[in-house]
Design a binder for this molecule. Structure first.
Ligand code: L34
Length: 298
């Protein structure tokens, strides 16, 4: 079988058109959605992601600000800045890019974000709402994976989804979303991680495999069954002498091998990444609607 490529750039483009229509509608009512992204330190990958968030806002007509803080910023200073943006009505969404420098507690910072401005869906209040299936801001990367499945005609309902990885930003929330009794979910989910025994035996049972462990080309052809649908969340930069930059991006899946067996697969780049950013735009518009009383509280 030769896999269909699930084109994240294309699907993201379609959704961005839908979002733009909503932004224009809000603007016609005098509502200007706004997003502030806070980044601490100089991690090059984070800088790329944050820049892309600003660009997407510009494309959508969403008002955006990026607060770039030095790595030496104290936790107290960061918390004060979060407070300031929580109070500023110009911003419907407040996002703190992770990872943060080691001396800052991610847990305390995420807890400080106003849950109604938590467009990442990382505040424990929104995480809890998601767990019980209540309305909430869905975390962007897991929501992006779900949209990729649905819009490529691969509804996870009744399917065995195997998730590789148990991070708070992808593995745990995507597993939680896909077991919900809901549209785009209703899957049977197995989560594998660094302490799982016989990983390949489990991944071979997957109808849908979601890889989010941050290890370049970890998933090989002998770890999947014929006809699997693969969502590759990994964004790993590896050395490549043939490139001008000396590096290239690869996922957590060995694309060349696995795409020969899969029914459908997402590429890296151009798969989940653009969807993460797009879902953030969607949540920001939702937050603007909430803040202006157009929809129920999230
Ligand atoms: N608070 N922190 C917070 N929210 C998030 O949603 C994120 N994430 C993850 C890391 N930390 C975060 C992101 O923004 C990962 N992530 C993210 C965003 C965008 C892309 C990848 C990860 C992306 O656009 N990837 C491109 C390639 C980018 C490149 O050239 O490096 C792609 O096509 O996959």
């Amino acid at each position: 079988m030769v896999a269909t490529i699930i084109n994240g750039d294309e699907i993201a483009k379609t959704i961005r058109k839908e979002i733009k229509v909503e932004v224009d509608m809000l603007k016609a009512k005098g509502i200007d959605p706004g997003l502030v992204v806070i980044i601490v330190g100089e991690d090059p990958a984070s800088q790329v992601y944050v820049r892309k968030k600003g660009e997407a806002c510009n494309e959508m007509g969403i008002c955006s600000e990026t607060a770039m803080l030095p790595a030496s910023t104290t936790e107290e200073e960061l918390l004060e800045l979060v407070d300031k943006y929580n109070k500023d009505p110009k911003f419907d969404g407040v996002l703190v890019q992770v990872p943060l420098p080691k001396h800052i507690s991610e847990e305390r910072v995420l807890l400080r974000i106003d849950p109604s401005k938590d467009v990442d869906g990382f505040h424990p209040m929104n995480v809890g709402k998601m767990l019980v299936g209540a309305d909430c801001y869905l975390p962007c990367t897991p929501h992006g994976c779900q949209e990729l499945l649905m819009r490529s005609g691969n509804d996870p309902a009744g399917k065995h989804v195997v998730v590789l990885g148990r991070s708070n930003i992808v593995g745990k929330p995507v597993a939680c979303m896909l077991i919900q009794k809901a549209k785009g979910a209703d899957a049977t989910v197995t989560v594998c991680h660094s302490r799982t025994k016989n990983i390949a035996e489990i991944t071979r049972q997957a109808d849908i495999l979601i890889a989010a462990i941050g290890q370049p080309k970890f998933v090989k052809a002998d770890m999947v069954k014929d006809g699997v649908v693969v969502i590759d969340v990994g964004v790993n930069r590896i050395a490549d002498a043939t490139k001008k930059s000396g590096t290239r991006l690869v996922g957590d899946v060995d694309f060349d091998e696995v795409s020969k067996k899969a029914k459908a697969i997402t590429p890296v780049p151009g798969g989940v990444g653009p969807m993460t950013i797009t879902m953030l735009m969607k949540n920001t518009v939702q937050a603007a609607k909430v803040h202006h009383g157009l929809v129920e509280k999230c």
